[in-house]
Write a protein that binds this ligand. Structure first.
Ligand code: SAM
Length: 229
C-alpha cells in the first residue's frame, strides 16, 4: 500500500497523529530530500529506511516504489513540506498506481495554498491554483494571461527571490486588482499582506521577503458586476 503523507509547512506541531503512525509503520519512506526528512523523522523518533524520490529521478524512483508495492510492502511518500503532489513530486506515482491497479491513499494535512487563500480575505468559493509561474518574464506574462478573464480567485506559489518581478508581471497582465501575499505560514514570522498588486509590489521592493510566499489575486469582475474595486 502507498500512503501519500502530508507533513508540516513550517510548524512541526501540524503533523497529524495518522501521519506519525503511517511513517512509523512504513517499510520504506520515499522522500524528496532524505536529509531534510531525516531531521523530521529524528524529531519524531522514527527510524525507517528512506528512498530518494525527487523531480529529477521521479520516473525511475516511481518504478522502484511500484516494485515494492507489488511485493506487498508499505511505502510512505513525503515531500519536503506540505502535501506531496502539490507543486511537489507525487503525481507520476499516483498515475502509475492507477495504471497498475495498486492501492494508494493519502494522509491529509497542511498545504500552503489553502491556508493562504482562506487568510487572504478574497473569495474562496471558487479558485484556481496555478503553482509556480515560469521564471522568465515573457513566459510568465503568457502564463498569467491564460487566467486574465477568469472570475476565480487565482493562487500562485513563488520564491522570495522572484516575488517582486512576478508581482510586476501580474500587475501588467491583470491590472491593479486586489491581492494578498502570505509569508512563512505557520512559522514564527507568519505574515499576510493585503492590498492591490501595485501596493504589494511596492511593499516587497521596500521590504524584500526572506521566506516562502503565496500570491493570491482576485478574479476578473464578471461582465454583469462591473469593477469590484
Ligand atoms: N507541497 C507544498 C504544499 O502542499 O503547499 C508546496 C511545495 S512548493 C515546492 C513550495 C512553495 O510552497 C513555496 O515556494 C511557497 O510558495 C509555498 N509554501 C510552502 N510552505 C510555505 C509557507 N510556510 N508559507 C508560505 N508559502 C509556503
Amino acid at each position: 500500500m502507498l500512503y501519500l503523507v502530508a507533513t508540516p509547512i513550517g510548524n512541526l506541531g501540524d503533523i497529524s497523529q495518522r501521519a506519525i503512525e503511517t511513517l512509523r509503520n512504513a517499510d520504506v519512506i520515499a522522500s524528496e530530500d532524505t536529509r531534510h526528512t531525516g531531521v523530521l523523522l529524528k524529531r519524531l523518533g522514527i527510524e525507517r529506511p528512506q528512498l530518494s524520490f525527487h523531480e529529477h529521478n521521479e520516473r525511475r524512483a516511481a518504478e522502484r516504489i511500484l516494485a515494492l508495492l507489488r511485493e506487498g510492502r508499505t511505502v510512505a511518500l513525503v515531500s519536503d513540506a506540505g502535501t506531496p503532489g502539490i507543486s511537489d513530486p507525487g503525481f507520476v506515482l499516483v498515475r502509475r498506481c492507477i495504471e497498475e491497479g495498486l492501492p494508494f491513499t493519502m494522509i491529509p494535512g497542511p498545504t500552503a495554498f489553502v491556508m493562504a487563500l482562506v487568510l487572504s480575505g478574497l473569495p474562496t468559493h471558487s479558485f484556481t491554483f496555478r503553482g509556480f509561474p515560469p521564471r522568465r518574464s515573457g513566459a510568465r506574462r503568457r502564463f498569467f494571461a491564460i487566467d486574465r478573464a477568469s472570475p476565480h480567485t487565482l493562487i500562485f506559489y513563488e520564491s522570495p527571490f522572484r516575488l517582486a518581478e512576478s508581482l510586476e508581471d501580474a500587475l501588467a497582465v491583470f491590472g491593479d486588482r486586489r491581492a494578498a501575499l502570505a509569508f512563512e505560514l505557520t512559522k514564527m514570522f507568519e505574515r499576510i499582506e493585503r492590498g492591490t498588486l501595485s501596493t504589494l509590489r511596492a511593499q516587497v521592493e521596500t521590504r524584500p521577503p526572506k521566506g516562502e510566499a503565496v500570491i493570491v489575486i482576485e478574479g476578473a469582475p464578471s461582465a454583469s458586476e462591473g469593477s469590484s474595486a
